[in-house]
Design a protein around this ligand. Structure first.
Ligand SMILES: [Fe+2]
Ligand SMILES: [Fe+2]
Length: 200
């Protein structure tokens, strides 16, 4: 997707326009491909199920779009997108899946991603409490949760703005954009080419 400040390059990080007339720079960011390989290595549900790859990618893209407005830490948004539902055991409510996702994330720290302690705690909290807490004052945590909720129409659930904590997510245009993608099951091309390419 193209947003105002960032262009998502799934395996290269963020292409960030340089200051003033200077050249653009590419920051090597957290690499999602290895993390997704680790997730899928122990994922017990269908990778293309309602809480699988397509959902993670749409949460990622909603999160990055929101981050443009909320100032959320995009490293945490990216990690949350692919980890928050990574250790589900069923496609229903699955009490405890947030905690399991958080524990799985902790096991990848310092091997597949690096965050300092405060940022790591924010990621863990966002994963752990994404289903049992509605609002949080930290804009990064709230951006993660709003991005997840904006993908509810895929399971025939209308997005209720009263349960979105950022003004960016409550924007009717954002709800409409995310809702159309969610209802239509839009899956970005990089899911097939980079996240889970065909074997061989
Ligand atoms: Fe979840
Ligand atoms: Fe989710």
């Amino acid at each position: 997707m193209v947003s105002r400040a960032f262009r998502e390059l799934p395996e290269l990080g963020y292409h960030i326009p340089g200051p003033r007339r200077g050249p653009s720079i590419v920051i090597q960011e957290i690499q999602l491909q290895g993390i997704i390989r680790a997730v899928l290595g122990g994922y017990v549900l269908a990778p293309r199920g309602i809480h699988g790859l397509g959902h993670w990618a749409r949460v990622l893209e909603c999160g990055l779009r929101l981050a443009d407005k909320t100032g959320a830490d995009v490293r945490i948004v990216r990690l949350f997108a692919v980890l928050h539902d990574s250790r589900r055991e069923n496609e229903g409510t699955d009490a405890g899946h947030g905690r399991r996702g958080a524990e799985f994330a902790a096991g990848l720290r310092n091997s597949l991603f690096v965050l300092d302690d405060p940022d790591f705690e924010r990621l863990i909290f966002a994963c752990d409490h994404h289903t049992d807490t509605d609002f949080h004052p930290d804009p990064t945590i709230q951006t993660c949760w709003d991005a997840d909720r904006l993908d509810l129409p895929r399971v025939f659930t209308k997005v209720d703005p009263a349960f979105l904590g950022t003004a960016a997510a409550r924007d009717p245009g954002m709800i409409r954009w995310a809702g159309e993608r969610s209802r239509n099951g839009i899956v970005p091309r990089y899911v097939e080419t980079d996240w889970d390419p065909p074997a061989g």
